[in-house]
Design a protein around this ligand. Structure first.
Ligand code: PMP
Length: 354
């Protein structure tokens, strides 16, 4: 006899993580290629000795440090076990079955999965020229809309929306509907026209900004993210929907150590390298005849359409693993210069004109 599982699971798309292939360079998961700094590793080792105790459920020390650093009150910050956990908590906090959640598509592939599991309906608004169609998203708001995700810069296209378009959109959203501005890649943004979500909180109390230690801070394996909201009702709701003890002691200690001045300086330096490499990789790809939208993140997007899967498979033969989205495109993480050279050599061998 088959088990009584929710019928929804039969239609649920699987979350597809970037693959690790032995002997190949992995540019498939938007990670940094550098290990955590030595003092962060030391701090991890030190707190590992307390692993017989449960972690601080509210991550008080890290919350305080973030609040201080970001210039907000501590009741405006909620730490989570990765920002994807906070996305999930947010959906659980706002949506009942039958409600609607709006997001762009293609965007972060966890959004449709989280939405489907919640029982709410996903309203997917196609990107226009690889960029969020914010006006189109605002038009899809109904009385059932409970949450809109705006991923800025967008995963997987790397494109970002500017301040004017974002403010216009936020003004069009009813004040009781929550907007999640997913800024997982915020640290990599170079364009001054792309707003820091924190600067919008004062005007928009329904806004929550999501950030992570996984990308620029290089702690993807430890799972720490954080949410900042103007309205403490949002962080309180995130606390209510959190799986207890989901941010480990080790993760909290590593994140805290990563906020210290020496680690910050190193992070800024790594981000600068990614920015320079992003420009170099994109320019080289454009010269090879690829279409590559401008990216503000630590990856670039090659909209290869029907050729996507075959191209990614051939790239892997060249020992470089990229993230392929069937019939849509390939997302390539910016690695260190050596890794990027290996990718560009593969891209040259597979070039449209070649
Ligand atoms: N948001 C976006 C847009 C992402 O690309 C990712 C990571 N792929 C996340 C959130 C989740 O990051 P984490 O859970 O590691 O903080």
């Amino acid at each position: 006899m088959s088990l009584s599982l929710r019928p929804m699971l039969e239609r649920l798309p699987a979350y597809v993580p970037g693959r690790s292939v032995p002997g190949a360079i992995k540019l498939a998961s938007n990670e940094t290629s550098y290990p955590p700094l030595p003092h962060v590793i030391e701090r991890i080792a030190a707190v590992a000795a307390q692993a017989n105790r449960y972690p601080d459920n509210g991550a008080a020390a890290l919350t305080d440090a973030l609040a201080q650093r970001l210039g907000v009150r501590r009741d405006q910050v909620r730490v989570g076990g990765g920002s994807v956990a906070l996305c999930t908590q947010l959906v659980q906090a706002v949506a009942d079955a039958d409600d609607e959640i709006v997001f762009a598509w293609r965007s972060f592939e966890a959004y449709p999965i989280i939405t489907a599991v919640s029982g709410a309906s996903a309203i997917q608004v196609p990107l226009v020229e690889h960029v969020h169609d914010l006006a189109g998203m605002a038009e899809r708001i109904t009385g059932k809309t409970r949450l809109l995700f705006v991923c800025n810069p967008n995963n997987p296209t790397g494109t970002a929306v500017g301040r004017e378009a974002l403010v216009r959109f936020l003004r069009a959203v009813p004040p009781d509907v929550v907007v999640a501005l997913d800024e997982a890649y915020r640290e990599f943004v170079a364009d001054p026209d792309v707003p820091d979500g924190l600067t919008l909180l004062a005007e928009f109390p329904n806004l929550v900004v999501l950030r992570t230690f996984s990308k620029a801070y290089g702690l993807a394996g430890l799972r720490v993210g954080y949410a900042i909201a103007a309205d403490p009702a949002i962080t309180a709701a995130l606390a209510q929907t959190q799986v207890p003890f989901s941010i480990s002691t080790v993760a909290q200690a590593a994140a805290l150590a990563s906020l210290e001045p020496a680690a910050q300086a190193q992070m800024v330096e790594r981000v600068r390298e990614v920015g320079a490499e992003r420009a170099r990789v994109r320019d080289a790809l454009l010269r090879l005849g690829y279409a590559v939208p401008p990216s503000q993140a630590n990856f670039v997007w090659l909209p290869l359409g029907a050729a996507t899967l075959a191209w990614a498979a051939r790239c892997e033969e060249h020992k470089v693993v990229v993230r392929a989205f069937a019939d849509s495109g390939v997302r390539v993480t910016i690695g260190n210069p050596t890794e990027n050279d290996a990718f560009l050599a593969a891209a040259e061998a597979l070039a449209p004109a070649g």
